[in-house]
Design a protein around this ligand. Sequence first.
Ligand code: CMX
Length: 419
Amino acid sequence: TTDLKAAFMEAIPQEMERLKMLKKEHGAAVLGQVTVEQAVGGMRGIPALLWETSLLDAEEGIRFRGYSIPELQERLPGAKPGGEPLPEGMLWLLLTGQIPTAEQAHGVTGMLRERSAVPAHVQQVLAALPSGTHPMTQLCTAVLALQSGSKFAAAYDQGVHKSKYWEPVYEDSMDLIAKLPGIAAAIYRNTYKGGARIEPDPSLDWAANLAHQMGARLAPRSDELLCVKIASVGSALSDPYLSYAAGMAGLAGPLHGLANQETLRWVHGVQQELGESPTKEQLRDYVWATLKGGKVVPGFGHAVLRKTDPRYTCLRGFAQRHMPEYPLFRLVSILYEVVPDILMQTGKVKNPYPNVDAHSGVLLQYYGITEERFYTVLFGVSRALGVLSQGIWSRTLGLPIERPKSLTIDAMLQHVASN
Ligand code: CMX
């Protein structure tokens, strides 16, 4: 079949069976223990969530349905033969667990295209926001405005049986994914191009349509870049609009997705102070000055990973192929040689290596998307594929509401004293 919903439905019975078996046979097995340090340290590393679509390994980075990023670049169908993978293929893989054929990926393109129209009221809400509103705030606002059309919320109101939750959640998720390029482009055009909209091109795929609707003399290959970027997926849960908007609000924090924007500002600061080709010695001093100013070096470090982020490596490979002489890329490459040593010398940074945010902005600059406040929106559009796929599975498997337990300092001290 080239119909994603049918392929997804085929995958359901086996997955339900596996979950039932897991609960029945191993329900009492211990996955890990929770230390006081973890409880006061942001729950870092506590194995406490079922998540089928991806797995993050500290050493190796992320795998989607068991495949690493280089493996996916090799195996997922491209927009052009041998080109960068189509995000539509990624969505197929995340939902079904199977690598799609080119026809199946194109089937998803067609299905999304039919759902892609952004309702007029959402455009009006965006247009009504003050022009300086941060693009991530605009994204959350637009998605919440879309929620009025939620099929899940309507089905729930009408008392749908819980075994059928998955279906309206699936429909909402596809509607939302389909509309995100139009929304992101509207935010871009409202904020930076005086508001004039560009209509979607029905001959283009999902990511290419985003590039097209953002418009304005983007260099060739910018659509391929958006494919590379959009294929780097991520994490959240519940009514797809509300939960995605909540996730986006989290992504908008500077230590998380906003690091994208922060990195570019920081790199521009380097260029302004030290010129286009600073020496390593100058860069070392600059990095130390950032640290001594009580600030983080954006784009470096990770809460889980302990190696260079494979998403960084993937974007670096793209830059090596398409813009090896670009000054900003050369600067980012030298930073890769300089920053980790310094972060190690602080003696406290657990992972001194770069993450995806250290690289993505540089590529976008090269292709003419120079407005760094917009970058996290693109990151958010790409993340929709991952979080919404998992959201569909969570409702399909009937997973319960998440409710981690919190403790006071007194409660922890009492617990420690009584053990
Ligand atoms: N620059 C300066 N200090 C850093 C640092 C960096 N890039 N990375 C970590 N540290 C510091 C922490 O602030 C912490 O200092 P304190 O003990 O004084 O509070 C110490 O090193 C230990 O932190 P850690 O255990 O190594 O890292 P965390 O898990 O606490 O934080 C992260 C992870 C990503 C928030 C952090 O590395 C950071 O702030 N990096 C810069 C921002 C960034 O690039 N974020 C994007 C992450 C990518 C993603 O979300 O996918």
